[in-house]
Design a binder for this molecule. Structure first.
Ligand code: GDP
Ligand code: MG
Length: 304
């Protein structure tokens, strides 16, 4: 009943062998006891599913198991999978495919979360759909960030529009949009942004300015604002996500470094606690280690 996806399954290997492996073990026995529920609850929390989401899951599970008169552990595991899927399905990705000349995609997130790498991956993904992609180096706060994006641009074959280090990121975005519309005739412009400035307030102000500039030049831009979250940072990433969500209208999450964590349960907290859909997952350092998020394949991948 559940779809499979090789990249997602590979990316979940550690999680599957970690906490979710122990959950599978829990349901390997014959009958469900009170102890099974207690252990399950503890494991879900350890897997970064989050307290609120775990509480809801446990309530739903117990109710259904009682109503449907389920005694066998394997049957209870099926119910668990269905309920996990139900959480992810509450905020499905809204993919707007209405035709337009230029699509502007803003990438936000703290330093080190995997923004620049995810941009290269996204560029490659879009290219494979036949799109011409241009990148904008609007993280002008660090000179190294500009160089890094240029390097990735070369690797994936996308032109990078950049200014000088310290330049006004709004001006870079302005130039990049003009170049994308005019000489480059790009379909998609992906904008890299700073992950840290002198203060958090400055950062959010800067991102708002970038949005306003994009909006003035292109109807309804940015068409997507993706927040990159590092899956290895757990509950800390959720706190960051709240700040970005409040400041800029985040349309979806790119969950990077899924391959590096045994706590892939974070995906459920992102969707349930933040109400944000997950759009893509990063499953390694190479540009091809990237996949569109698929809720069914994700839940399937959690269990061996
Ligand atoms: N294993 C793994 N590493 C990743 C992934 N995405 C990014 N990284 C690594 O995370 C580090 C920070 O990435 P970077 O794109 O520079 O983050 P930025 O500061 O947000 O732009 C780099 O060493 C990347 O290779 C991923 O999906 N899996
Ligand atoms: Mg970067």
């Amino acid at each position: 009943m559940f779809r499979r996806s090789q990249p997602i399954s590979d990316g979940l290997q550690r999680t599957r062998q970690g906490f979710f492996g122990r959950i599978t073990g829990l349901f390997g026995g014959s009958d469900i006891t009170e102890e099974t529920w207690e252990e399950l609850e503890a494991l879900l929390i350890q897997a970064d599913v989050g307290v609120a989401t775990t509480t809801l899951l446990m309530k739903r599970l117990r109710e259904r198991v009682a109503q449907e008169n389920i005694r066998r552990a394997d049957a209870a595991q099926t119910v668990l999978k269905q309920e996990l899927l139900g959480i992810l399905a509450k905020h499905p990705a809204q993919v707007d495919r209405s035709p337009r000349l230029l699509t502007v995609v803003l990438i936000v997130g703290v330093n080190g979360s995997g923004k620049t790498t995810s941009i290269a991956k996204l560029a490659r993904y879009d290219q494979r759909q036949g799109k011409k992609v241009v990148l904008a180096a609007a993280d002008t706060f660090r000179a190294a960030a500009i160089d890094q994006l240029k390097l990735w641009g070369e690797r994936v074959g996308s032109e990078v529009i950049a200014g000088m280090p310290g330049a006004d990121p709004g001006a870079v975005v302005y130039d990049a949009i003009r170049a994308s519309q005019e000489s480059r005739r790009a379909d998609i412009l992906i904008v890299d942004t700073a992950g840290r400035l002198h203060t958090k307030f400055n950062l959010m102000e800067e991102l708002r300015k970038i949005r306003a500039i994009a909006q003035k030049q292109v109807h309804r831009a940015p068409h997507d604002t993706f927040l990159v979250l590092d899956a290895t940072t757990g509950q800390n990433a959720l706190a960051q996500a709240k700040a970005f969500k409040d400041a800029v209208e985040v349309t979806g999450v790119i969950l990077a470094k899924l391959d590096s964590t045994a706590k892939g349960g974070m995906a459920f907290a992102i969707v349930h606690d933040l109400g944000l859909p997950i759009r893509f997952v990063g499953t390694g350092e190479k540009p091809e280690n990237f996949a569109e998020f698929d809720a069914e394949a994700f839940v399937e991948g959690l269990f061996a």
